[in-house]
Design a protein around this ligand. Structure first.
Ligand code: ZN
Length: 419
């Protein structure tokens, strides 16, 4: 659900789950980092080096927040070295490069108390090594050899289709980019020096004749080598053979919104639609994974780790909307990463074509935890508003929910046939 006036997209259920996420991140701490002692007042606290402690560390653009947290730059791997220059509430400010600042939750960084450091790294502190582009039976890889686990930020681009990886705190000493024929969808790789301590790596992608090029990528460290693993588009033009994860929003004590007239709970209605969608997709030849198939409450970080391991071809999360303004109506879809947008566009299009509902919109750079992963395409579907009488009458009708599930399924099928 979303409770809104348009300026404050409020999802109180997700708020709860965001808090839960913060509490449940397991830590992996390199041996070299000692626990931070209590510092005497006379000792300046910053700048100091720190390291990320979780493989789901949130790197934010700023110290701002909204209901779902600040705008995310990246999800960093564990053990990434950060130059911490200050603290603002529960966030550390980190200096990525001379003109690049970011924020990280304090509970996801272990400060190295041993020594104060300069606020800016010396330009020769870190230098990049040789790179290799290769492939195996499933993925293409770019391996970037580095002297330490440096911070990075990635994004998808479309037209042309490519991945952009910004690497911070190092200068270029790469004179050797080996590109092997086993790489099938990475067309070429090069870099640009964006500024002191800021290198941009460009990974150009080859696409299939039909359907989207972007099927997900993962960024992680193997020792000090930064790996970009790119998933190749699956063969075919249908949903046949695809592994599709369907997430019924909320569950258990996390009930989501409540119908203003019927009293029906969002968690029950989302599970109903998820099951109907699963039936549709199974008939279309897909292998469906229901993220939950019972009235259970799963912590977001647990859901995300499970999905990363499972690596579905697609994840669809289903919710129903809600607003403090009872006049607000309509259906909407949400994505964060540009390469995954077609899924959300065509699902919205099919819902608007096939259902007696209004358009609430297609929303980008959305901060829902299930839209964060880049490892597989994902989209969030918000059905009509439980807070609106007309919309609620639709939602509580099983025949409507069947049509809604079919419209979602038909939208997904259309993506596979996109030119
Ligand atoms: Zn919801």
């Amino acid at each position: 659900m979303l409770r809104l006036d348009m300026r404050f997209l409020s999802i109180f259920c997700w708020l709860m789950t965001s808090a839960a996420l913060a509490q449940t991140v397991p830590t992996v701490v390199p041996d070299t980092i000692a626990p931070a002692p209590i510092l005497a007042d006379t000792v300046p606290r910053f700048p100091r080096l720190g390291r990320t402690t979780s493989s789901l560390t949130n790197l934010y653009y700023g110290a701002g927040t909204d209901r779902l947290g600040g705008a995310k730059r990246e999800t960093l791997d564990s053990g990434v070295v950060l130059r911490v220059t200050g603290q603002q509430n529960n966030l550390y400010r980190v200096q990525l490069a001379p003109n690049q600042t970011a924020y990280v939750p304090t509970e996801q960084v272990r400060i190295d108390s041993a020594s104060l450091v300069a606020a800016q790294p010396a330009s020769t502190t870190y230098l990049t090594g040789n790179w290799t582009v290769s492939g195996d039976s499933l993925f293409d890889y770019v391996a970037i050899r580095l002297p330490d686990r440096l911070p990075y930020q990635t994004r998808q681009e479309v037209d042309p289709n490519r991945l952009i990886l910004d690497l911070f705190g190092a200068d270029v000493n790469t004179n050797w980019i080996t590109q092997l024929r086993s790489a099938q969808m990475i067309e070429r790789v090069w870099f640009e020096a964006e500024g002191d301590g800021h290198i941009r790596v460009i990974v150009a992608l080859k696409g299939p004749k039909r359907g989207p090029v972007h099927w997900g990528y993962s960024v992680y460290y193997q020792k000090n080598t930064l790996m970009v693993r790119v998933r190749r588009p699956p063969a075919g033009r249908s949903l046949r053979g695809l592994v599709i994860a369907v997430d019924a929003g909320h569950g258990g004590s996390n009930t989501g919104a409540r119908g203003s007239q019927s009293g029906q709970l969002e968690k029950d209605l989302t599970l109903d639609v998820a099951r109907r969608l699963a039936t549709y997709l199974t008939r279309a030849g897909a292998q469906v994974v229901l993220v939950r198939d019972a009235d259970t409450n799963l912590v977001p970080s647990v859901r995300i780790r499970a999905m990363r391991k499972q690596l579905p071809h697609l994840l669809v999360s289903i919710h129903f909307n809600s607003s403090g303004n009872v006049g607000v109506q309509g259906v909407s879809t949400y994505y964060k990463h540009l390469g995954f947008r077609p899924w959300s566009q065509l699902v919205l299009d099919e819902m608007l074509r096939r259902l007696p509902v209004r358009e609430f919109g297609n929303v980008g750079h959305f901060n829902f935890f299930f839209n964060s992963p880049t490892d597989y395409p994902n989209l969030l579907v918000e059905g009509p508003f439980l807070s609106n009488r007309t919309d609620e009458a639709l939602i509580t009708d099983p025949a409507f929910r069947q049509k809604l599930a079919q419209a979602i399924g038909k939208g997904l099928r259309r993506v596979r046939r996109l030119k």
